[in-house]
Write a protein that binds this ligand. Structure first.
Ligand SMILES: [Zn+2]
Ligand SMILES: [Zn+2]
Length: 138
């Protein structure tokens, strides 16, 4: 299950939605069974990384879902599909993303504590969460 959050810019009116959660994506499962199923949910590069990891290790687990990230440099929000591979409960691989504006590395953000972010259109710190528009999906 996941949630969709709506942010709206007080200044220019730009609105965007950010997803967080599992939903239609995979739930934690053994990497082998993901690779055996013919579904390719991820970017081809991610898929290649997963195949290589499966060749080198046994009994890996993979988990994927939408997470919300913020650029630490320009403050813009993103939702991305995070893919994490576990080996014996330890993180072996985790997706990394960069900001499309400044190429800085994105950091996971806690949307519940984030009241304001930077609007990707007018670049002002007036991008606010609209609590009334929170949607649940599955
Ligand atoms: Zn704006
Ligand atoms: Zn940035």
């Amino acid at each position: 299950m996941g949630r969709a959050y709506t942010y709206r810019c007080d200044r220019c009116g730009f609105e965007d939605r950010f997803n967080e959660g599992h939903g239609f994506l995979i739930h934690p499962q053994p990497l082998d069974s993901y690779l055996k199923s013919r579904e390719k949910l991820f970017h081809y590069q991610t898929h290649r990384v997963l195949k290589e990891l499966a060749r080198e290790h046994r009994n890996l687990f993979v988990d994927a879902g939408f997470k919300i990230y913020k650029c630490s440099h320009c403050g813009v929000l993103y939702d991305k599909v995070d893919v994490t591979v576990y080996n014996d409960g330890k993180v072996l691989h985790r997706s990394e993303f960069r900001c499309t504006h400044c190429r800085s590395r994105l950091k996971l953000t806690n949307i519940h504590r984030l009241k304001k972010a930077v609007c990707p259109v007018c670049k002002k710190n007036t991008f606010r969460i609209d609590q009334r528009k929170m949607v649940l999906w599955d």
